[in-house]
Design a protein around this ligand. Structure first.
Ligand SMILES: [Zn+2]
Length: 320
């Protein structure tokens, strides 16, 4: 029997299944492409059903924040759980101990005292896997990189019931002063413009992203199915392809001008796969230059030399 949305009891979770599945597939494939495995945190959904779908999609296990969440997931049939918080209350450790024979459980350790306390509950015959939490700038918990990590690892090795199998961190540098980053993509460049996934209208990313480019291109010509094809048409002289790209460059330029006028940087580095189209940088420079206040015109706009991997490699380098 189908359910009518008007008769659902609230609160109720409504999901677009196609989007959910394509997002799950996207991240799994992205991880595979970089040769890493993927263990999502359930805090984004807190749902056994979605957790199972993530495992089916290719996740190797789950990350949770509390023993209670681990219990719920294991009761729901999930078998590989990492508790990403250094638990230290005896009652919680006792509950975690009960989960050991029901799932592959990994706990977090961030001090010698806590490790020793865990060691009174787990034995050589019944050991638990642990990962060391490393503080990489968020300053909530974790030991400092290098020396402190090594010292704690050596302490853990002395404790028979703990089996050290990894390190983990929560990247604090990605966060702004209130524990979340700025959202330049969601600055509004068009009043009451296109609807954005974030809930607002007229966001920059709805106009200046590659996704936006292709959406606009497809409206003009169904053959323009991706950036490569669109640029091929343009190089062959197709006027509709040129118009779409020119409009899109104008949208990019607006955002960059706002950035320059806000921060007065010496250089702007533009990344993303589409910037492999050599001609784009020159077009963007020309449009920015034409509309910027004269005193800001010395700003340089250059292409990221690492191409589409710049963002990821930059994030990684913060932790090395
Ligand atoms: Zn938005």
């Amino acid at each position: 029997m189908s359910t009518n949305i008007n008769t659902l009891e609230t609160p109720a979770l409504l999901l677009d299944l196609d989007k959910l599945e394509s997002n799950m597939q996207f991240i799994v494939e992205k991880a595979k492409a970089y040769g890493v495995t993927y263990r999502p945190h359930i805090k984004t959904h807190k749902s056994i059903d979605i957790a199972k779908r993530q495992i089916e999609a290719g996740a190797i296990g789950l990350t949770v924040a509390t023993v209670g969440e681990a219990e719920v997931m294991i009761d729901g049939g999930l078998k590989d759980i990492f508790i990403a918080y250094p638990i230290s209350a005896p009652s919680k450790v006792q509950r975690a101990e009960k989960l050991l024979n029901r799932a592959n459980l990994t706990l977090t350790v961030d001090s010698k005292e806590q490790a020793e306390m865990l060691g009174t509950y787990f034995t050589a015959a019944n050991p638990v896997e642990v990962w060391i939490k490393v503080n990489s700038g968020l300053n909530r918990c974790g030991v400092e990189p290098k020396g402190e990590v090594l010292a704690l690892a050596q302490e853990i090795q002395k404790i028979a019931g703990l089996h050290l199998t990894g390190l983990y961190t929560h990247a604090g540098q990605a966060y702004g002063q209130h524990a979340f980053a700025g959202e330049f993509g969601h600055t509004i460049t068009h009043a009451f413009g296109r609807q954005c996934n974030c809930g607002l209208q007229g966001c920059y990313e709805r106009y200046a992203s590659t996704t936006a480019l292709i959406q606009e291109a497809l409206k003009v010509n169904p053959s323009f199915e991706n950036g490569k094809v669109l640029f091929e048409y343009w190089h062959e002289g197709a006027p509709d392809a040129k118009q779409v790209i020119t409009n899109w460059v104008d949208e990019i330029a607006i955002g960059l001008i706002n950035l320059v006028h806000s921060f007065n940087p010496s250089t702007i580095i533009v990344g993303g796969g589409i910037m492999e189209q050599e001609v784009l940088i020159d077009m963007i420079k020309a449009r920015v230059d034409a509309q910027m206040l004269p005193s800001f015109k010395e700003v340089e706009i250059i292409k990221a030399s690492l191409g589409n991997q710049s963002g990821m490699l930059g994030g990684v380098s913060l932790h090395l």
